[in-house]
Write a new protein. Structure first.
Length: 239
């Protein structure tokens, strides 16, 4: 299998970006974009398609098992996890072309590496934690478990037509974690979270559900959104 990668590279946030072609060959049918990038960087003398020696590709990775979300990037125009993107799906008759770009809605650090600290800052702004022990019903536990699978990878924000960096709408990366608590908190804590939810989720969500189609964890985003809206906006209890 021979894959030609076309990678959007950048030395730093202050420098201009450029496209660079790098070829990769493997006989591993289970090879992924992530494993290919690792092999490419392990090469002693890395050259591009024009024979020029180039620097190693900067990108983020950790578990490589679809559990951490660190390797999120734009692959052939769609936000995906590199560890879950198999080369065989992009090739025909043993050859293929794959474009790699950093996520566009986060500040670029270098090459395919971006700064996603805004995700954590948004969670802090919504105060998504409980100061006391929470006792969940069976249905609440099911919802909390589904929401806990969010990787905070940023793929949902990349494809969301309503999310813009620096705006008040936090997208699915904000409301999915909120769904873990919004139905189980009580008193003042619940009121604060409901208010934050209405401001940072409900007021900006256009219900396109593009996030549901792209979520690498397969979270039932629509179900969590409906339940959270009912509790935070319509003040109903579904649990």
């Amino acid at each position: 299998m021979r894959i030609e990668f076309k990678i959007l590279r950048r030395d730093s946030a202050e420098t201009a970006a450029w496209w660079q072609g790098i070829c990769f060959e493997t006989e591993d049918e289970n090879a992924t974009v992530a494993s290919a990038l690792r092999k490419i960087n392990e090469a002693g003398n890395l050259v591009d398609t024009e024979g020029r020696t180039v620097k190693k590709i900067l990108w983020e990775n950790s578990c490589l098992q679809k559990k951490c979300g660190a390797c999120a990037m734009v692959i052939n125009g769609k936000p995906r996890l590199a560890c879950d993107s198999f080369l065989r799906n992009y090739q025909k008759k043993g050859r293929g072309k794959i474009t790699l770009e950093p996520l566009r809605k986060f500040p670029v650090i270098a090459d395919l590496m971006v700064d996603r600290s805004i995700l954590f800052e948004n969670l802090k702004q919504m105060q998504l934690w409980s100061r006391e022990e929470v006792h969940l019903t069976e249905k609440q536990r099911e919802t909390a478990y589904d929401a806990s699978r969010c990787l905070q990878c940023g793929c949902c924000l990349e494809i969301c037509p309503n999310y813009l960096p620096g705006e008040s709408f936090f997208g699915a990366a904000g409301f999915v974690p909120a769904a873990r608590l919004i139905a189980s908190l009580e008193g003042e804590e619940k009121q604060k979270l409901q208010k934050a939810y209405r401001e940072h989720v409900f007021a900006g969500c256009g219900k396109s559900l593009a996030c549901a189609d792209i979520c690498p964890a397969g979270i039932e985003v629509e179900r969590l959104l409906v339940r959270s809206n009912a509790v935070a906006v319509w003040k109903k209890s579904l649990f």
